[in-house]
Design a protein around this ligand. Sequence first.
Ligand code: PLP
Length: 356
Amino acid sequence: MIDIKINEAPVSRISEVDFSNLAFGKEFSDHMFIADYDGIEWKNFRIQPYGPIPLSPALSCMHYGQAIFEGMKAYRGIDNSIQIFRPYDNLKRMNESAERMCMQPIPEEVYVEGLKAVCRMDEKWIPANEGSALYLRPFLIATDDFLGIHPSRNYMFMIYGCAVGAYYNETLKIKIETEFARAVKGGVGEAKTAGNYASALYATSIAQTEGFHQVLWTDAFEHKYLEELGSSNFFILSGNTLITPAANGTVLKGITRDSVIQLARKLGYKVEERLISIDEVIALNNEGKLDEAFATGTAATVSPICELSYQGVSIHLKHKENSVAGMLKNKLENIKRCKEEDFFGWNEKVMMTQTA
Ligand SMILES: *Cc1c(COP(=O)(O)O)cnc(C)c1O
């Protein structure tokens, strides 16, 4: 057990929040967790009111980008239990990102107890309504104040919470990106590191002015093979087979991606993780065998795609009443809310509560 010092917020902001109409990413909960690494050990575990923190202008993360983050959700079950979805898998990925970016890994107890402390402090911020959750954002930044470039010795690890509703309210219109690239083999595409998102903004904003929600990245060399979307992974369904790009260096290994793969296999679908070329998708569509396409991510959950545009020509996917994407989304949601058995042991219990 780590010893967490608690400084409680004098007033809660929860009464200002309209939980029946939650936007994504604005409603930060009352508290945050912080830990420091001083080059020797993790220490100063604390909960304090959510708010600004003093930082040196020379802070290395702000200049050279040693910054990584994670995202997962805490849910309120129908029995009023509070649980976090797959936090240990999340920690594993965070520490893989840390290794790639030459950063200090986070010990398991600091990570998991920090998450649970935020959930306990801000339990009332965990919504009960369908499609809503408390998004948890752990992040690690390099905090040396030093002008030269080297791996930082000092780090700060923080976790804050944000009450969220649906990330996308519509089916997605996607532009297959063939000019810009997100990741290359040998690069940092597999790490959830801040710079990847800054470098994606330009192509994404062009696509958005063209009326698309997101880009679907392709390989950096030939722009021929599909990779993933801005912050979610990509699947297609053809008959009884789900196909998703293999995660071998340039694709972020989404935990939702993995959950969908495991769940679909259990339900009798065939799942292939392999190269998918644009030509293959077009050919499937021409043969009438492209049944569905969808995106997966913690924020996006399972989001159906209605349009894939390649060099100005669009493939339109019809909305289906009983889509496999919709079924997988519901099953996952039901597991997280304890409406269906958690076969895979994905839910990490935090506490039981009295209130809904
Ligand atoms: C976070 C993220 C995903 C989705 O990962 P989940 O663990 O499912 O939330 C996919 N792609 C990118 C680039 C991401 O940053």
